[in-house]
Design a protein around this ligand. Structure first.
Ligand SMILES: Cc1cc2nc3c(=O)[nH]c(=O)nc-3n(C[C@H](O)[C@H](O)[C@H](O)COP(=O)(O)O)c2cc1C
Length: 361
């Protein structure tokens, strides 16, 4: 059992993260390289646009749109409200959603309601539990079982956030034994296991290792979206930790951009792929599908909408869905799932990356 003051610090850290993301535009750093993906326009349209099928299959379930609300929060009163709003919207719109890291909830039972709020607001919603790689190493699969049980989860995401932990003054630095624990988890937990990054993307080499460990899906969370290096840099400045702030500056550009990461991971058979990291509209979702992602994940836009209320979240889902539909129509397909491999051109650094790293194209 960890020191209760330290565990409360985890909840405060989650509060800081939400505050910093809501207050700062600049926490999204660099490009996710989707501007280097060009879907070929089809002028001849022989499709009824209103009949375009946007459904997506992910982890054995069918959803109404290829949109996933990424795991973000929990541990505070505000987080409970956010989780409830997002879950109600996700249930109504029939899309999946994740909660934020459940470490605080496992270790402080009085905080469990902040995560359970999602299940209570969305009794039928496809809900994804969330734990960190470091916690899996420290506490073993028991912690994962508790996280799943806490919210009656349909899947569990294990986040990899080495760079964030290194920059956090109070961060974890011990990850040895992770793969053995992950294999054990995949073998025993009984729900699909997703492994996700939080802003640095996932490589081909890691995707092979993760697939062999028994992981069902990878959520790339590539560079070009919410930047944890930047968030931790701002926290380090607030805390007067200039050493950590400097480290963050040096590693600001680290990571694999979202578009490149989807291409990397798609080379490995037997894995589903969530494209995420800086996805802000339905055209970007369509581009991810063209590159081979099964579904697109968004965090920051849903956080911003959730503090405005349920209607705002539903409106956002509706707009994103409409935009993917339009992209499908302009690409000449009648199902968004048919966007996979639709004619497209890659340019600039993404093309360069593809020449050196992508074999299966
Ligand atoms: C406020 C906030 C809190 C987050 N907390 C978590 C977390 O606890 N666990 C996790 O796996 N990812 C967390 N993430 C990362 C997101 O799930 C996502 O992978 C990443 O932010 C990329 O999406 P975006 O660019 O659309 O924000 C968080 C993101 C935000 C914005």
């Amino acid at each position: 059992m960890e020191d209760p003051d330290w565990v409360m610090g985890v909840a405060e850290r989650k509060r800081d993260h939400v505050r910093i993301v809501l207050e700062n535009q600049s926490v999204q750093r660099g490009s996710n390289w989707l501007d280097h993906v060009h879907i070929i326009h089809r002028a001849v349209t022989d499709i009824d646009i209103d009949a375009i099928d946007t459904s997506a299959y992910f982890l054995g379930r069918r959803f109404s749109a290829p949109i996933l609300i990424e795991g973000m929060t929990g541990g505070t009163e505000e987080a409970a409200r956010i989780n409830a709003t997002l879950a109600e919207a996700a249930e109504r719109a029939q899309i999946p959603m994740g909660v934020g890291s459940q470490r605080a909830g496992v270790q402080r039972p009085e905080l469990q309601y902040t995560f359970r709020a999602a299940r209570e607001a969305g009794p039928q919603v496809f809900l994804i539990a969330n734990i960190g790689a470091a916690q899996l190493v420290q506490h073993g699969t028991q912690l994962a079982w508790q996280a799943v049980k806490m919210i009656e989860a349909d899947a569990i995401a294990v986040h990899l956030n080495t760079l964030q932990e290194i920059i956090q003054p109070e961060g974890d630095r011990g990850f040895k034994g992770f793969l053995a624990q992950l294999k054990k988890l995949c073998g025993e937990i009984g729900v699909p296991v997703i492994v996700k990054e939080v802003g640095c993307g996932v490589s081909y080499e890691d995707a092979v290792v993760l697939r062999d460990a028994g992981v069902a899906a990878i959520d790339v969370a590539g560079r070009g979206g919410t930047s944890w290096v930047e968030i931790e840099r701002l926290r380090a400045i607030e805390a007067g930790r200039t050493d950590r702030a400097r480290l963050a500056e040096v590693f600001q550009e680290w990571g694999i951009p979202t578009a490149a990461s989807v291409l990397e991971v798609k080379q490995v058979d037997g894995l589903q792929v969530v494209g995420s990291g800086g996805i802000r509209n339905g055209l970007e979702i369509a581009k991810l599908l063209v590159l081979g992602a099964d579904i697109a994940g968004l965090a920051q836009p849903f956080l911003k909408a959730s503090v405005q209320g349920l209607e705002e979240v539903l409106t956002l889902i509706g707009q994103l869905t409409e935009e993917v539909k339009v992209a499908a129509a302009l690409a000449g397909v009648s199902r968004t799932s048919e966007l996979r491999g639709a004619p497209h051109v890659l340019t600039g650094p993404l093309l360069e990356w593809t020449k050196q790293r992508i074999k299966k194209r």
